[in-house]
Design a protein around this ligand. Structure first.
Ligand code: VGL
Ligand code: ZN
Length: 206
């Protein structure tokens, strides 16, 4: 069975948001068009406590974009974003959340970040997404959302590692591109590790 995995389509990752991704809002229409064609649609939601240590503001004299050591892991520092209960953490209002079967939150532990929808960045704790998909009999996942070069990438790589046939719905993603070219490099890496790149039109009935 196939599942659609909608990664972090939240206000803070859209234009005007705290960690805005250029054209991030354009992923919504792609997600909404695909949802009815999947038996199962699952979303991830970046869901940080206000004191999350991925926030540059938690570290005196540090600023967004710098890399620090956080409990033994390299951590990029981000602006304060997707704080639990805030507008920025909510799904984009136009996203058809009524048709989403389950939401998995991530990034809830202030001491460790979680880019992937499956595990934290240290692969220490699972979110439950992998087990849920297995229980539902899912063997193929189609991934889209934000950001292509961060949370989409790590979600795709973990899906591959867990043995799911994994498709990247490219036109349903946009990247942050902290460095120019990050999105292209991410797509190359996902492909090299076994992801199949598709466009949403290929998944819609003609
Ligand atoms: C994300 C940076 C920090 C993402 C989440 O959803 O891609 N990026 N937290
Ligand atoms: Zn985050």
């Amino acid at each position: 069975m196939k599942a659609l995995l909608i990664v972090d389509i939240q206000n803070d990752f859209c234009p005007g948001g705290a960690l805005e991704v250029a054209e991030g809002d354009q992923t919504v229409a792609v997600a909404n068009a695909l949802i009815p064609h999947f038996e199962l649609a699952v979303a991830t939601q970046d869901w940080h406590p206000a004191n999350h240590k991925s926030f540059a503001a938690m570290h005196p004299w540090r600023y967004p974009g710098q890399v620090i050591d956080l409990n033994g892991l390299q951590q990029i520092l981000w602006p304060i974003h997707c704080v639990q209960g805030s507008f920025g953490a909510e799904f984009v209002p136009e996203l058809n959340t009524a048709a989403i079967d389950r939401v998995f939150v991530k990034g809830t532990d202030p001491e460790i970040d979680s880019y992937s929808g499956f595990f934290d960045n240290g692969h220490r704790k699972a979110t439950g997404l992998g087990e849920y998909l297995r229980e539902k009999g899912v063997d193929e996942v189609y991934v889209l959302g934000l950001a292509l070069d961060v949370c989409v990438k790590f979600t795709v790589l973990d899906a591959l590692e867990l043995g799911f046939a994994t498709y990247l719905v490219e036109d349903g993603c946009r990247g942050v591109n902290l460095k120019p070219g990050d999105s292209d490099a991410a797509v190359r890496e996902m492909k090299a590790k076994g992801a199949v790149v598709v466009q949403s039109a290929e998944l819609l009935p003609a």
